[in-house]
Design a protein around this ligand. Structure first.
Ligand code: 5GP
Length: 336
């Protein structure tokens, strides 16, 4: 029988951000969080859901709640409050057939209202109108769900705020290598070359960054590789920084725009990886791209929501450093 995704994470076949682990339980960050804190607490034994538990699971399931308690404390949400839930089968909304408990918190989660609707109203004159409004809202939600199910470019339900950090020249220098040493490549299967960092100066960084100005003197070539993968690091870069990375670091380039825009034109050998589809396509990517590869992402430019979405998903799989070229296709086009 094919392993489910959580079994593969437990067996270390697929990466995840692990928050807790012992012999019986693992707790990982949810890949598509529904709240600022969203951790999945998973008993390692292959139990499909609460339906398949028996007396021998009592202790493990009891311990799940102690793990939830301790994680909530470590995330600082014990006092503000949180929720621990498990979904069972289709009406319960279970998508992964391996028993797991969602620990959610970090924002008010609202009440878990009953969906029971009283059909026969008396009294309030507004009840009929409210019911009609409710039906309209349900229709709209139904249409949106339908659209999301039918359409690969699904609408995200909640607009996520991303941390936007700008890369400094120092950040970049760690990944710049001499071109002779390590040719740029976007071929996923190429193993990552150990890099020898040679700080590279550019016109703009000479003006703005004293650290790089210091590097204007002949830089001592380091004998040992200085490349250190930085899982989870996502930083925004300028056109100049993007060009420097492309010229001298092994990288994997992602175009996070839709397929039509990509087909009209894209940068170099970029792989098209539409933002909203990132989660579904991540296993393909993982199969080919070394985890310590520098990832460069761009979209149309500006807010870069699509790029940040892709970066966020890659980050959860342990990729990094990830650089987002904020000028995107719009700026690239004007310069090429
Ligand atoms: P369920 O819907 O079964 O109650 O919850 C399954 C959860 O697993 C969902 O919240 C989903 O986002 C999360 N999930 C699905 N695939 C992965 C994965 O590959 N990694 C991680 N960390 N979470 C996942």
């Amino acid at each position: 029988m094919e392993k489910n995704i959580f079994q593969r994470i437990i067996d270390r076949e697929i990466p995840a951000t692990i928050e807790y682990e012992d012999d019986e339980i693992i707790a990982i960050r949810d890949i598509a969080p529904s709240a600022p804190i969203h951790v999945l607490i998973i008993p390692k034994r292959a139990i499909t859901s609460i339906n398949s538990t028996d007396e021998s699971d009592v202790e493990t399931i009891g311990r799940v709640f102690l793990v939830a308690r301790d994680l909530a404390k470590s995330f600082g949400i014990s006092e503000s409050g949180y929720r621990v839930v498990t979904n069972i089968n289709s009406d319960g909304g279970q998508t992964v057939p391996h028993l797991h408990f969602h620990l959610l918190g970090g924002q008010p989660l609202g009440r878990m209202n009953s969906t029971h609707a009283s059909g026969h109203g008396t009294g309030s004159p507004y009840r009929g109108t409210l019911r009609e409004a409710g039906i309209l809202i349900l229709c709209a939600i139904g249409l949106a769900i339908g659209f999301n199910m039918m359409n690969s470019k699904s609408i995200s339900w909640v607009k996520k705020e991303y941390d936007k950090v700008t890369a400094t020249s120092n950040d970049l220098n760690k990944y710049l290598t001499s071109p002779a040493n390590s040719p740029s490549t976007t071929t996923p299967s190429t193993p990552t070359t150990p890099n020898t960092a040679v700080p590279v100066e550019s016109e703009d960084s000479k003006k703005t960054d004293p650290a790089t100005t210091a590097a204007a003197k002949p830089a001592p070539v380091q004998e040992k590789p200085s490349f250190v993968a930085e899982p989870g690091v996502v930083k925004e870069i300028t056109y100049d920084q993007f060009s420097r990375l492309m010229a001298s670091a092994p990288y994997y380039l992602i175009d996070a725009r839709g397929a039509e825009k990509y087909a009209e034109g894209h940068i170099g050998n970029a792989t098209n990886f539409y933002g909203a589809e990132a989660q579904a396509r991540i296993p393909d990517m993982l199969a080919n791209v070394p985890r310590d590869r520098v990832i460069l992402i761009y979209c149309d430019g500006g807010e870069c929501e699509l790029s940040h979405h892709v970066a966020d998903v890659l980050k959860q799989f342990g990729y990094g450093p990830i650089f987002i070229f904020t000028g995107g296709w719009a700026e690239w086009k004007t310069k090429h």
